[in-house]
Design a protein around this ligand. Structure first.
Ligand SMILES: C[S@@+](CC[C@H](N)C(=O)[O-])C[C@H]1O[C@@H](n2cnc3c(N)ncnc32)[C@H](O)[C@@H]1O
Length: 318
């Protein structure tokens, strides 16, 4: 017999401190009886202390831009699961190194994907997928807290929804941020997320940009760089990493994440092992100072899913 604590009992004890999250979960459990239920019960029991404040923060950011997070989370999750099921039977990702232009057309330049569910769905996974919540915690503890209090300049490449930019700009009032993303929809969404959540317009500058091209910075000029969940989306990961190493100051830090054996509607570079990723970082002048390995199987002992998310804090090799 399951010893699961009734969801209403948990929500009643939390709704005063975390009203937005408690309301979200009450509706979510009405809408989706099975999908994500065990993952969310895992969050409520095993990740309680970090989950509630993180979920409340992300849902409030989303509320301020009039989001529809339940639909987005469900649709994003179903789209991911469909691709991963295909990958488990074929061994292939949806795209490959020769078909980036198709991914651009079908995903990054497609409002029916980016605006409809991708950006908002991915944003809320940072709280509601255990693997992404743990990755977010690693970002806060091993990267965000290590950045300088004094004036600094950094960039996020492939910022998507803009959550990482918000976290940095919100915590460090003296930092300025630049950002490049290939999608006009990411650009519009992240600008809105930052501006409507109190980040002054003169503290950041986001633009369209392609990490397959050289970065427009002189050598050793950036204090920080975020390059999260982009490496597996591009045909030229070595080049992009080399550019990041070139642009970081000797004491600059990069936060880099990627996925191993994990398909999605826009993945094309298939890493098979963690060693492949660490070797690529080192070969492109990045030294790993912290690493978090997040195998999906650790969250559910019955799962045979070979997905591993991994996150790194790196500094440039000098
Ligand atoms: C999976 S999202 C990652 C969003 C966010 N960084 C995160 O970790 O949640 C990938 C983002 O990379 C962007 N992207 C894909 N290819 C790119 C390229 N060649 N140059 C710049 N951005 C790119 C997409 O538009 C999308 O916003």
């Amino acid at each position: 017999m399951s010893k699961e604590i009734p969801i209403n009992t948990i929500l009643n004890t939390k709704e005063q401190d975390y009203p937005v999250t408690a309301a979200f979960l009450a509706q979510f459990f009405e809408r989706s009886t099975l999908l994500l239920r065990s993952q969310i019960m895992f969050l409520l029991t095993e990740r309680e202390a970090f989950f509630w404040p993180t979920a409340e923060k992300i849902l409030k950011l989303n509320q301020n831009i009039d989001g529809n997070p339940i639909d987005a989370l469900l649709e994003y999750t179903v789209a991911f699961l469909r691709e991963q099921i295909k990958f488990l039977s074929t061994g292939d990702y949806r795209y490959d190194e020769t078909t980036f232009d198709d991914a651009f057309k079908e995903v990054y330049d497609n409002p029916d994907v980016m605006e409809a569910f991708y950006l908002e769905g991915l944003l809320v996974t940072h709280a509601f997928w255990p693997i992404h919540l743990d990755m977010h915690r690693f970002f806060e503890e091993s990267f965000l807290q290590q950045l300088k209090q004094e004036e600094s300049l950094g960039v996020e490449l492939g910022f998507g929804h803009g959550l990482y930019l918000f976290e940095i700009l919100d915590k460090y009032p003296k930092t300025k941020a630049l950002g490049f993303d290939i999608s006009q929809y990411s650009l519009a969404y992240a600008n809105k997320l930052l501006l409507q959540n109190g980040i002054a317009a003169d503290r950041f500058d986001l633009a369209l940009g392609d990490v397959r091209e050289p970065l427009s910075f002189d050598d050793s000029t950036l204090d920080w760089c975020v390059f999260a969940e982009v490496l597996e989306h591009i045909p030229t990961p070595d080049f992009a990493l080399r550019e990041i190493a070139r642009c970081l100051k000797p004491d600059g830090l990069a936060f880099i994440t990627t996925a191993i054996n994990s398909n999605a509607i826009d993945h094309l570079w298939h890493f098979n092992t963690l060693d492949e990723v660490t070797a690529m970082l080192n070969a492109n002048n990045l030294e790993i100072v912290a690493l978090k390995e997040l195998p999906l199987a650790d969250y559910d002992s019955k799962s045979k899913d070979p997905t591993i998310d991994c996150a790194f804090v790196c500094k440039p090799l000098v």
